[in-house]
Design a protein. Structure first.
Length: 328
């Protein structure tokens, strides 16, 4: 900065005002300073700025995996929304969902130059890990049951599931089978609980729960078992990938969709409309979840006494060709 000021014949304060885009600098002087900056290759020192201002304009994101559609699309939305607010994103992956790994991720969080963090993981692991969050870091938890301890942004898991059950019962199916996600998943548990409750409220007996691990392969293996259930005419899969595997299994066993069995997924991935048949599914607005997460952490950063609470992002049922009335 001193070199620029000396070459341009102005004060260091003027160089600072120009580099920070502050008003009150004569346009001719501003252009001269900018030209000298370019000539000398001057770049503002972002680290020094951060130390001086006490803010880093960076959001940390902690997540278990980038193998699931929800995490990838939520992270993409977080990065986009943060950039629009002038913030960068630092990704802190947790290789294995163990207490030690979670503790290690939060230790790294405390060492990094970040202002806030968005956590995409099951909150019970935060509890078990006995975490001590860095005091200066503001936290928002996505898709987890954190109660009033953190600000939470969640998809309407229960509402989307009720829409599925009501749709299938409305078509005339006597009950709905459920291909659930892994037991340790908060989203999977919310969907299976809502499925069971929705059936019971209509006086229907829930069939035995069948579990997968979110993958198409697990949906295929579970589908081979479900296909042997002669009284099964409708299945709600907890995500679209498992629904894809289920469709393959039913086809191999000679059970047509939707003539013999109706199938519904959850997520509305971009390929869902290209399944055979096109998949009826619950649309999740991952872009809105990511935007609300960024909005939440920045509210924490900017407000001295922010309130904790839960923001629920609505879902909607997208009806395609994989559902129909049951066979007579």
């Amino acid at each position: 900065m001193a070199d620029v000021a000396r070459t341009a014949g102005v004060s260091s304060q003027t160089v600072s005002r120009v580099s920070n885009g502050f008003p009150g600098v004569n346009e001719e002087t501003r252009q001269l300073v900018l030209a000298v900056m370019k000539e000398l290759g001057y770049r503002p020192n972002s680290a020094a700025r951060a130390l001086k201002r006490g803010e880093f304009r960076t959001i940390g994101v902690i997540t278990f995996t980038l193998a699931t559609t929800g995490n990838v699309r939520t992270l993409e939305a977080i990065a986009t929304s943060a950039a629009q607010e002038g913030y960068a994103v630092t990704l802190i992956p947790v290789a294995v969902p163990t207490q030690d790994e979670v503790r290690g991720a939060f230790s790294r969080l405390g060492e990094l130059a970040i202002d806030a963090a968005i956590v995409i993981m099951e909150v019970h692991l935060l509890d078990k890990a006995e975490l001590s969050l860095p005091p200066h870091v503001k936290v928002v938890v996505a898709d987890s049951d954190a109660g009033d301890r953190y600000t939470v942004v969640d998809t309407d898991q229960a509402g989307g599931t009720r829409d599925v059950v009501n749709h299938l019962l409305g078509l005339g199916h006597r009950t709905v089978w459920h291909l659930a996600g892994p037991e340790e998943s908060y989203a999977a548990q919310r969907r299976s609980d809502a499925w069971r409750t929705a059936l019971q409220e209509e006086g229907r007996v829930p069939p035995p729960l069948v579990r997968g691990d979110w993958s198409a392969e697990s949906g295929y293996r579970a589908g081979l078992r479900i296909a042997d259930e002669a009284d099964c005419t409708a299945v709600f899969a907890a995500n679209d990938q498992m629904a894809l595997g289920l469709l393959r299994a039913l086809n191999e066993r000679g059970r047509k969709v939707p003539e013999d069995v109706s199938v519904v997924g959850f997520d509305d991935i971009s390929e869902a409309s290209s399944f055979q048949p096109p998949l009826t599914t619950v649309h999740q607005d991952f872009a809105e979840v990511g935007r609300r997460c960024v909005e939440g952490v920045l509210h924490h950063v900017r407000e001295s006494t922010p309130e904790h609470g839960t923001t629920i992002v609505p879902t909607r049922l997208v009806i395609r060709d994989s559902t129909a009335p049951p066979p007579r």
